[in-house]
Design a protein around this ligand. Structure first.
Ligand SMILES: Nc1ncnc2c1ncn2[C@@H]1O[C@H](COP(=O)(O)OP(=O)(O)OP(=O)(O)O)[C@@H](O)[C@H]1O
Ligand SMILES: [Mg+2]
Length: 315
């Protein structure tokens, strides 16, 4: 059987009385991009800190490429690259010096450092800026330099904590393309955290939703979305919502009905919304419900998040 590249088993982290990670069982297969999606304070950085050997677990265990983060920390460090949420660049060094220092730290020979830097400068699109001090870089350039630094050691596993936080839309897309290329061209396993839904949608082969330290659900975005019902019909109107929900739920192709009477809203999840729409609307209007407005849409990853956590994900 294929061992996952990243695995946690009943991982627990407490800071005093606060439980930041609560029995997390995460598996990220090799060669995939896994996005850990969760609101502020969910435990994302804590989890990455344990995986990158910076923080010891309180209980449970974690393995990277089969190596235990507590017992085999040196083996783990040798195989991973990391970009932290808080930028940790020296503003006075040039981009090239930043990369070279990192290579020295890992005892890469000079020839190898030169070769890696040449490759990474190209990949990170920093050719014009690489010999300028970092303090002259834009936010997007700094992020790309940090990513390049994480890649100096040619890691098998790359861990990125909020890689596009604070960047403008164009720079976010640049970073997404960069991350995608690393995964596709080098087969790198990438674990990233984000609290942006569009980022998870753009990049992730697999998504894990984390909230209050618990990994609530994980899987392929398409599977998680499909599990919601393939379409959602939003009906606004007036009437007996409990009655409407009970009746709509019995109709062919309807998988689930959620109502929000205070908002005058019923959400009807159906396997094929446009085909089921006439029958659904007929039935509910024949049962004393006054329809005011109808929209039909595909459920989004946002709907999945709402379903599992009970709240929308906001920046
Ligand atoms: N060193 C620490 N000491 C005490 N509590 C901490 C420490 N680091 C994190 N916490 C707490 O643990 C919880 C998880 O924090 P963590 O930084 O892992 O969340 P996060 O998901 O990365 O959030 P964000 O999206 O804001 O980066 C939070 O309640 C936080 O306040
Ligand atoms: Mg964080």
């Amino acid at each position: 059987m294929n061992e996952p590249a990243i695995e946690t088993i009943d991982l627990v982290k407490r800071y005093g009385t606060l439980t930041a990670l609560d029995h997390v069982n995460l598996q990220a297969p090799a060669g995939r991009i896994y996005a850990l999606l969760g609101p502020n304070g969910a435990g994302k950085t804590t989890l990455l800190s344990i995986l990158t050997t910076l923080l010891p677990p309180t209980a449970g265990s974690a393995r990277i490429l089969g190596f235990d983060v507590s017992r085999d920390a040196a083996e783990v460090r040798r195989r991973i690259g990391v970009t932290f949420q808080e930028m940790v660049l020296d503003p006075l060094l040039t981009g090239r010096e930043t990369l070279d220092f990192h290579g020295r730290l890992y005892r890469l020979p000079a020839a190898m450092r030169r070769q890696r830097i040449a490759e990474l400068v190209e990949l990170a699109q920093l050719t014009d800026a690489i010999d300028r001090p970092v303090k002259s870089y834009s936010g997007g350039m700094k992020r790309r330099l940090e990513l390049a630094r994480g890649l100096m050691t040619d890691p098998q596993v790359l861990v990125l904590d909020e890689p596009t936080q604070g960047l403008d839309p164009q720079n976010r897309v640049n970073i997404w393309n960069y991350v995608r290329d690393l995964n596709r061209q080098r087969g790198m396993t990438i674990l990233l955290t984000t609290h942006a839904m569009d980022e998870a949608e753009a990049l992730a082969d697999l998504v894990g939703i984390i909230d209050h330290g618990r990994l609530i659900v994980s899987g392929q975005p398409s599977e998680l979305i499909a599990a919601m019902g393939s379409d959602v019909i939003r009906v606004r109107g007036q009437g007996n919502f409990d009655h409407v929900a009970a009746i709509a739920a019995t109709l062919e192709g309807v998988s689930r009905v959620e109502t929000d009477p205070a908002d005058g809203l019923a959400l009807i999840y159906a396997d094929n919304g446009s085909r089921r729409l006439p029958a659904i609307l007929n039935t509910i209007s024949n049962n004393g419900f006054t329809i005011e407005d109808v929209t039909l849409a595909r459920p989004s990853l946002g709907d999945v998040f709402l379903h599992y956590t009970g709240t929308a994900l906001r920046d």
